[in-house]
Design a protein around this ligand. Structure first.
Ligand SMILES: NC(=O)c1ccc[n+]([C@@H]2O[C@H](COP(=O)([O-])OP(=O)(O)OC[C@H]3O[C@@H](n4cnc5c(N)ncnc54)[C@H](O)[C@@H]3O)[C@@H](O)[C@H]2O)c1
Length: 435
């Protein structure tokens, strides 16, 4: 038996702060989400109109506000999050000092008035059977993920259609004609695809990076775009260490190598993958530092990682530099000569983010000037052959993008995408919205 609560709070009347607040809520810290769930909250959604926030929360029988407050008080990450949120939030008029979300009184209840129980409202309208979800994957999900996704949609009463290993974009465009929801992997979702799907309300990229979705085009058509953050972070983080070990052990060619223990790893961007890299680095006995201007220092420190205030410092201090930047207009080509030339002469750069965040010409120049500089990438540079030829034994590239290519990541991301689509249609939950 679940109980629903409705709460309200205000934001500071500043569009920049409101945008920051929303950005934080697109990637709420995992510790905070875990603490919410631990307290017995089964669903939570926050809505905003101008500066007013309204939260809908459903809880199970284990929940009480006192118990949740005790969980929050005992968790330093939650405390750091709450302190950060005060930057954006403003107590409601008349709220007790220091208190945030205020419970609202229920003043109308349809089932209490109608003789027959009212049907559950469905965001977007329509009945469950009318939902058609297309899963378009040029590189298909693993079999077990496919049956899991199919099961989630079957249980929800949705129709699910699969388009796998397509070679012609026209097939893809045709397949989305009646789609209410769309799941993709690295498949491109551009204006042409969106225009071909007049009923489309949501597209979910099963994975972390969502640069394959034209967000502007989606927003212009009122289509919600989501990713499934965190679902493949461990797979990518393990690959970081595979690349580092391959380079440290000189390609396992019989030559002497070096160890990771005691070395410093600089984590450039401390998101889901970055945090997982830090956790694994601890096991290797490495020192970890991180630079991420959007993550509070306290959050990074709580993981035993040294937060740095500039990328320059990170590059100067690190023996290994691991890139976890998203591909955005600000990050494309941002790792170039200016940054890399500050690194130690024997530093190793590992890129499991996106090829485009590295300026290849700058990297090539640094590698030419420093014979000990090594490069490992999941996303081979455009000039991969030139790198390998110029710097034999100093580069390692995967045959294709493989960071998330594990059975576990494939399953996690696929199931998360399906659950997010059902959550969106059934409860209006847009937690992982990216546009
Ligand atoms: N190789 C693969 O198969 C693979 C798989 C998953 C993710 N990725 C790539 O890795 C990236 C990171 O994944 P994630 O799950 O950690 O994403 P995430 O969204 O959890 O983290 C991204 C982090 O980058 C930070 N950031 C943004 N701009 C920055 C800047 N200019 N300087 C420093 N930090 C900045 C953000 O604050 C955030 O903490 C993805 O965007 C994706 O491109 C690759």
């Amino acid at each position: 038996m679940h109980t629903r609560y409705c709460l309200a709070l205000d934001l500071q009347d500043d569009p920049a702060l409101i945008a920051e607040y929303e950005a934080h809520h697109r990637r709420v810290w995992p510790e905070v989400v875990a603490s919410i769930r631990r307290a017995g909250v089964v669903s939570m959604a926050i809505y905003r109109r101008d500066t007013r926030l309204v939260m809908l929360m459903e809880v199970d029988e284990t929940f009480s506000f006192e118990r949740k407050a005790a969980f929050d008080a005992a968790d330093p990450a939650v405390q750091a999050w709450e302190a950060l949120m005060w930057k954006y939030q403003r107590a409601l008029p008349g709220a007790p000092p220091g208190s945030k979300w205020q419970l609202l009184d229920k003043i109308f209840d349809l089932p209490a008035q109608a003789p027959e129980p009212a049907p559950q409202p469905r965001p977007g309208g329509g009945s469950a059977m009318s939902r058609t979800i297309v899963v378009a994957t040029e590189k298909p999900f693993a079999k077990v993920a496919v049956s899991g996704i199919a099961g989630i949609f079957r249980d929800a009463g949705y129709q699910c259609r699969w388009l796998e290993r397509y070679t012609d974009k026209a097939d893809y465009v045709r397949a989305v004609a009646d789609a209410d929801g769309l799941i993709v992997r690295s498949d491109i979702v551009d204006a042409e695809v969106l225009d071909a799907a007049p009923a489309l309300k949501i597209v979910v990229r099963a994975g972390a990076g969502y640069d394959n979705i034209d967000l502007k085009a989606a927003s212009a058509r009122g289509i919600v775009a989501m990713n499934t953050p965190g679902q493949n972070s461990n797979a990518v983080a393990e690959l970081v260490f595979a690349l580092m070990l391959t380079l440290a052990r000189r390609g396992f060619t019989g030559k002497d190598g070096t160890e990771l223990r005691g070395k410093t790893i600089g984590i450039h961007a401390y998101g889901h993958v970055g945090a997982r890299v830090a956790a694994i680095a601890r096991g290797f006995g490495m020192e970890a530092c991180a630079y991420d201007p959007y993550v509070p220092a306290a959050r990074i420190e709580a993981d035993g990682v040294t937060p740095l205030s500039s990328a320059d410092e990170l590059y100067r201090l690190s023996d290994y530099i691991s890139l976890h930047l998203p591909k955005t207009k600000d990050t494309v080509q941002s790792v170039g000569y200016a940054l890399l030339s500050q690194a130690k002469p024997t530093a190793t750069l590992v890129n499991t983010a996106r090829a485009e965040v590295v300026d290849e010409a700058g990297l090539m120049q640094v590698m030419s000037e420093r014979q000990g500089f090594l490069y490992g990438a999941d996303v081979a540079p455009a000039r991969a052959a030139e790198f390998t030829e110029k710097f034999p034994g100093r580069c390692v590239f995967t045959a294709k993008k493989m960071g998330a290519q594990t059975a576990e990541a494939n399953i996690n991301a696929g199931l998360a995408a399906a659950r997010q689509i059902v959550g969106f249609f059934e409860r209006g939950d847009a937690t992982f919205r990216v546009n």
